[in-house]
Ligand binder design. Structure first.
Ligand code: LLP
Length: 427
């Protein structure tokens, strides 16, 4: 039997004429769970994590998985078991980590709008660090911690004003972005933090954007961060850790991001040269750990050839896979069982009542109604951004490990969707 790997997708391969993820035939999963269906490879996640671990060999690092990329309990459990911490952005994220058996002291809490209630609960749980994003937040956090007779461990998120050269919606480290403390106010904000009785300064943090495919913005941001560390420590405020955020891109199509180990070897050369190589380091990768570990399986409902466009209508839609509609993002779409026929050009769309409900434009596919397709690179920011638009239930999720496939989330039913609603017909 011929085995043909998909470029950039080491855990996906055609064996004969059937697409496999690790050792599981994807069409078998559709028979059991239906479509749309998300399927993730555990081995792919651990391989992505191993690339970071290789890059940091011999260093002190805490890898905090940015769980906004994919917060499924089953996914969190894979990373928790591998020793990761977690970057959370809400009290709900924290509940998920704790429910999955993750350790509170390895949690860092990012986000520009933490509420007092979220702060209180995170302090009670004993999280490792609050990544504070503004002076106003700092004051409130100090107040909350003092009211509990505690001191909150804090790192300030710096906005280094570096262009990550990615989609504007996912670039976060430029002047004019809502994120982080402006570069030229960082020192005075640290000086203020040092005077607040409810604050214990422990680190510094930045995150410049997402789907970054170039090393240069990281090197620039690192230089600017290290300049700040020197200035803050010269002012008598020691920092225990330096957190470089996440943001490393993946290959969706013809992107060429550096490998995680290559990126970190280059950054560590810089850190060594400036005397920071043996510091406690932290990173917050999301997409690069899970993005290419996942596929979304879908069935072709109808073919609708037209005068200007041919439409291939799937049972998956923008509520399952919002990235094309939101960022004009490209996801490869491939058949589970390729047909021996001449491909035609199709716009691959979902059933939702919006012209923006597309998954791929102008794709060459040999398809018929009833065929099964896989949307690739669907492990990050797909299920986590899924919605119930058009009363569509969210898809189930399966985690594959070798020959084993385990359901980690059931398909959402209409009863699930309506559970929170109160009918006017019942008194
Ligand atoms: N740390 C912070 C503070 C973040 O805001 C983010 C992502 C990360 C870490 C993880 O970044 P990653 O390694 O995953 O690039 N929905 C968009 C991406 C939004 C990213 C938001 N922040 C997308 O689908 O492309």
């Amino acid at each position: 039997m011929t085995v043909q790997n998909l470029p950039g997708q080491p855990h996906l391969a055609y064996r004969g004429n059937e697409l496999f993820l690790e050792d599981v035939r994807l069409s078998d999963l559709v028979k059991t769970h239906g479509t749309p269906l998300f399927v993730y490879s555990k081995e792919s996640m651990l391989a992505a994590l191993a690339a970071y671990q290789r890059g940091f060999a011999g260093r002190q690092v805490q890898i905090c998985y940015a769980m906004k990329a994919n917060p499924a309990l089953g996914v969190i459990q894979v990373f928790a078991a591998a020793g990761c911490g977690f970057d959370i952005v809400s009290g709900g994220d924290m509940d998920r980590v704790l429910a999955a058996g993750g350790q509170a002291h390895k949690i860092i809490f990012s986000g520009v709008g933490k509420t007092r209630a979220e702060m209180r609960r995170a302090l009670e749980a004993g999280i490792g660090c609050f990544n504070v994003e503004s002076e106003a937040e700092l004051e409130v956090l100090s107040e909350v911690a003092l009211s509990m007779a505690m001191r909150a461990p804090v790192s300030l998120r710096v906005n280094p004003n570096v262009d990550p050269k990615t989609h504007p919606y996912i670039s976060t480290g430029l002047k004019g972005s809502k994120f982080g403390v402006a570069h030229d106010r960082v020192l005075q904000t640290y000086q203020r933090a040092a005077t607040l009785a409810g604050i214990n300064v422990v680190g510094i943090d930045c995150h410049i954007g997402s789907q970054i495919t170039d090393i240069a913005p990281y090197l620039d941001a690192a230089d600017r961060m290290l300049d700040l560390v020197e200035a803050i420590e010269a002012a008598g405020i020691p920092l225990q850790h330096i957190d470089f955020g996440g943001g490393l891109g993946i290959n969706y199509n013809d992107d060429t991001p550096p490998a995680a180990d290559e990126l970190w070897q280059k950054l560590l050369i810089k850190l060594d040269a400036r005397g920071f190589g043996q510091r406690q380091l932290m990173i917050e990768p999301g997409r690069s750990l899970v993005g290419n570990a996942g596929v979304c399986l879908s069935q072709v409902l109808y073919l609708k050839p037209g005068e200007q466009k041919n439409f291939c209508i799937l049972d998956a839609a923008m509520n399952d896979l919002p990235r094309p509609a939101m960022y004009q993002a490209f996801h490869q779409i491939v058949p589970l069982t390729p047909r021996d026929a001449t491909p035609q050009t199709w716009d691959v769309v979902g059933p939702i009542c919006e012209s923006g409900d597309w998954l791929g434009h102008d794709r060459a596919l040999a398809v018929q109604a009833g065929d099964l397709l896989a949307v690739l690179s669907a492990g990050a920011y797909c299920m986590s951004m899924a919605s119930n638009y058009n009363s569509r239930g969210r898809a189930p999720e399966v985690l594959v490990d070798g020959t084993q496939a385990r359901l980690i989330r059931q398909r959402e039913t209409m009863a699930d969707q309506m559970r929170q609603e109160l009918s006017l017909l019942t008194p």
